[in-house]
Ligand binder design. Structure first.
Ligand SMILES: CC(C)(COP(=O)(O)OP(=O)(O)OC[C@H]1O[C@@H](n2cnc3c(N)ncnc32)[C@H](O)[C@@H]1OP(=O)(O)O)[C@@H](O)C(=O)NCCC(=O)NCCS
Length: 149
């Protein structure tokens, strides 16, 4: 699915968060999070966002979404939309803090397990300063940054 997005979808973009610095067994940069999103004319659509479990709550999800906003605004997007599982409190909290609001609910949208989707929107699209370290996430002697694919 990801390969299809990368090679066959002109609207799709990816950002990855890379961890630079020494891990226990390797020294090369490691992908610790990614964000797939579409820019379709005036609409930025968040499609997939994930951060590796040990790296959560450090502003990486926020940074990945903020970088998508920057690109969307550069390309004249004016609003952003997404769907999220109703039970996904971490993601809902992130999006709400960034300025998204719920505009509708889609019953039984997801499977495995079956669950409603909440449709959230930010209109107009604006970049929030709510998370202070959004562009340069630092932890101990290591650092993380975002790159596009
Ligand atoms: C949702 C997800 C991407 C957040 O990534 P993250 O890098 O941990 O998020 P951040 O550190 O940028 O969090 C920013 C803010 O979002 C909110 N937030 C993030 N995780 C949260 C949690 N577990 N509980 C409550 N609020 C949370 C907080 O307001 C947080 O700010 P704070 O840490 O100052 O309180 C991550 O939890 C994840 O990969 N989840 C599994 C995949 C998923 O659900 N993706 C979204 C699909 S729609």
């Amino acid at each position: 699915m990801l390969e299809g997005e990368l090679t066959g979808n002109q609207f799709a973009h990816f950002f990855v968060a890379m961890r630079h610095g020494q891990l226990k067994t390797k020294t090369e940069p490691t992908i610790i999070g990614y964000h797939c999103f579409w820019i379709v004319f005036e609409e930025l659509r968040l499609m997939n966002l994930a951060v590796r479990v040990p790296m959560r709550r450090r502003g990486i999800g926020w940074a990945l979404v903020t970088e998508a906003f920057r690109l969307g605004l550069e390309q004249s997007a004016t609003r952003a939309v997404l769907e999220v599982r109703a039970s996904n409190e971490p993601a809902r909290d992130l999006y709400t803090r960034m300025g998204f609001t719920q505009i509708s609910r889609r019953p039984y949208y997801y499977t495995n397990p079956t669950e409603d989707a909440l449709l959230m929107e930010m209109n107009p699209l604006v970049i929030s300063n709510g998370w202070q370290r959004d562009r340069n996430v630092v932890s101990g002697g290591e650092s993380a940054s975002t790159d596009s694919l």
